[in-house]
Design a protein around this ligand. Structure first.
Ligand code: 6R9
Length: 657
């Protein structure tokens, strides 16, 4: 992997020379939730460590065993029973904290709402009653396709309360993508909104639901929150307004206990094939993992902190660190509906100042966008409330890390670079603020209770600056329990590369001190602005267009988005030779991909070419296309059927805007 570049453009060689270290400030260390000794304690008895974390939750019935492990299937807290929504809401109200703010919510147009734990309890109970009135029972799946609203959280917790696993589909996904997910998990009820605000304008969601449901005949009810007030089509008997149904329900609801392994949610994520995988998370272990990591990694003091995960609820980061982790810990969070540059590029810094945010958690792509906009947008805003910063979603390049530290953190806030995945449920590798001396660009060490390694092809541990594959060598409580409806794919995807370990799909290196640096995906998954998109998924969308003969898609490093999608396409007919027809077609293809998958999957560049580089056995050589897209020297071309093809493609690329 020696010549690889990581997102942000820094080379592995440059990372190896990164020498800066930042010791935890003494005052921070003195008050931190995680104190030295925690690693040794957890290492001495891993299961006991997790059991202690589970004891921080409220259980209706205690577990009999901490873990049943039949590789690759884990059961945590076997025999235990709890209710996730009671843990996130009711127990705090019962403890007298009903007036504590759960969310400072801010809409993009500037409207605000303050939701206390008591408010949230009423909302969740009403929504749970409403779902039951629509016939939703424990075990039924519910699809949620919503903007960032308090009702979105209430909808998720209401599902959890009645034992109905939810699948939240990111509002940026297309009708097609939504339909695929609804069909895969056979959801019968969809919760949505008329629309939400994005970039200063209302953007519709209900129309996409209407379109999706044309191919989802099993959906019987659509519950619609009124957010933007835009006109929506209405199907009597199927569609019902949230304010008509939910807000008329009783504000109490008796929660039942569910088994620790009862399904909590399914989150679809891109794999290496065209079909997204439904990652299944269950209740007791997941909640233990996200609440413990939220407390230790973000040093949460629920009486004082104002926590802000600036991510969408539709991604796992939102599930674990906007909803389940923070609420399980009784935290006050900020939730913001819209984009960072609406109405101006200092919107986030206004929010930090207004709510006195103490902990900010966001993605490198956003940090790089702020860098591009310039630090003048932060000036004049009082950011002195901040005491800790977090990063997630992709490798953070040292330059962005340093900018974050200097301009957002005022050189005083520790930074936690947190590595994890939809599949892991919660944070796995991260510094512990107060203990770990951080290095710009390194996720550092597996958390207490987590076992990870970096290994070569043969499964041998590497060290001293060598690169390899990241593996997780012991089960952990937040781990996925499988792929919805496809146990074989679960085994194949994660547990076959190395026989006894979980293969994460990420490259990593371990430095001389034993600290871990993540290097990006080693498979065909791209990471665009922290969103996982499979190359195959985009190829699939492109070849679905009538003009396209063949398509090959690669991720190329991009200074802002980490990776960007570059597509090489051969077309049927004349378009490839006729530049004006070609330009029109390229525009059409970009929109086609946006429609099939979502705007985030729009290729940055589409290069029309008469040929794709293929091996003699006919396999498209994506590795070479990646070299071309990155303007790198080409690797081995000897297996190519026609070596002149790559040069020609390189020339085409140079001519493509
Ligand atoms: C939480 C989340 C998972 C993939 C993962 C890796 C990349 C996430 C990272 C990171 C380097 C970090 N990733 N955090 N790479 N450093 N701190 O992002 O989940 O959407 O499933 O993506 O994201 O490649 O495998 P998900």
């Amino acid at each position: 992997m020696a010549d690889e570049t990581v997102p942000g453009g820094e080379s592995l060689a440059a990372l190896l020379h990164e020498q800066r270290r930042f010791e935890p400030p003494a005052a921070f260390a003195a008050q931190a939730n995680a104190q030295p000794g925690i690693y040794e304690e957890a290492a001495a008895d891993r299961l006991r460590f997790w059991e202690q974390q589970a004891e921080r939750l409220e259980w209706g019935q205690r577990w009999e065993r901490v873990l049943d492990w039949e590789l690759p299937f884990a059961k945590w807290f076997v025999g235990g029973k709890l209710n996730v929504s009671v843990n996130c809401v009711d127990r705090h109200v019962a403890a007298g904290l009903g007036e504590r703010v759960a969310f400072h919510w801010e809409g993009e147009p500037g409207d605000t709402r303050t939701i206390t734990y008591a408010d949230l309890q009423r909302m969740v109970c009403q929504a749970a009653n409403a779902l039951e009135s629509l016939g939703v029972r424990a075990g039924d799946t519910v699809a949620i396709y919503m903007p960032m609203l308090p009702e979105t959280v209430a909808a998720m917790l209401a599902c959890a309360r009645i034992g109905a696993p939810h699948t939240v589909v990111f509002g940026g996904f297309s009708a097609e993508a939504l339909a695929g997910r609804i069909q895969d998990c056979d959801a019968r009820v969809v919760i949505t909104a008329d629309g939400g605000y994005r970039r200063g304008a209302p953007s519709g969601l209900k129309p996409a639901v209407d379109e999706a449901l044309q191919s989802c005949p099993n959906v019987r009810s659509v519950l619609v929150v009124r957010r933007t007030g835009q006109d929506v089509a209405w199907q009597e008997g199927r569609d019902v307004w949230w304010h008509d149904l939910v807000e008329r329900q009783p504000t109490t609801h008796e929660a039942q206990l569910f088994d620790a392994e009862h399904p909590l949610y399914i989150m679809y994520t891109s794999g290496t094939t065209a079909k997204p995988k439904g990652i299944l998370h269950t209740s007791g272990g997941y909640l233990t993992h996200v609440s413990a990591t939220h407390r230790l990694v973000f040093d949460i003091k629920p009486e004082q902190d104002v926590f802000w995960t600036a991510a969408d609820i539709g991604w796992v980061t939102g599930h674990s660190y906007i909803v389940y982790g923070p609420l399980a810990n009784g935290t006050t969070s900020v939730m913001y509906e819209g984009t960072p540059d609406t109405p101006a590029r200092d919107r986030w810094w206004q929010i930090v100042e207004r709510y006195k945010v103490t902990i900010l958690y966001t993605a490198p792509t956003t940090i790089r966008t702020f860098m591009k906009w310039g630090e003048q947008h932060l000036e004049g805003h009082d950011l002195s409330s901040l005491r800790l910063l977090g990063s997630v979603g992709e490798p953070i390049n040292p330059e962005a890390w340093m900018w974050y530290r200097r301009h957002v953190g005022g050189e005083r806030c520790p930074i936690v670079d947190t590595w994890w995945q939809t599949e892991t449920g919660g944070i796995m590798i991260s510094p512990l603020p107060g203990i770990t001396a951080t290095k710009p660009g390194a996720a550092m060490r597996p958390l207490p209770g987590i076992s990870a390694d970096v290994v070569d092809d043969q499964g041998r541990s590497v060290g001293n600056g060598q690169g390899g594959y990241l593996v997780l060598t012991e089960p952990w409580p937040g781990m996925l329990r499988g792929i919805w409806g496809d146990p074989e794919r679960y085994r194949q995807t994660y547990w076959s590369r190395f026989p006894n370990w979980y293969f994460a799909g990420d490259g990593a290196k371990r430095d001389e001190d034993g600290d871990i640096w993540l290097l990006g995906r080693v498979d065909d998954v791209m990471n665009v602005s922290g969103h996982r998109i499979s190359t195959t998924e985009v190829e699939h969308a492109l070849v679905g267009h009538p003009a396209v003969a063949e398509a090959a898609v690669v991720g190329a490093s991009d200074p802002t988005t980490g990776q960007a999608i570059v597509a090489f396409v051969t077309v049927k007919g004349e378009a490839a030779d006729d530049p004006s027809a070609g330009a029109v077609l390229v525009g059409e293809l970009r929109n086609h991909v946006a429609k099939e998958i979502g705007p985030i999957a729009k290729p940055r560049q589409i290069i029309l070419t008469p040929e794709l580089p293929k091996t003699r056995s006919g396999k498209i050589m994506r590795r070479l296309l990646r070299d071309v897209a990155e303007h790198r020297e080409l690797g081995d071309v000897t297996t190519l059927m026609d070596p002149t093809v790559v040069n020609m493609i390189g020339e085409k690329l140079a001519q493509t805007p």
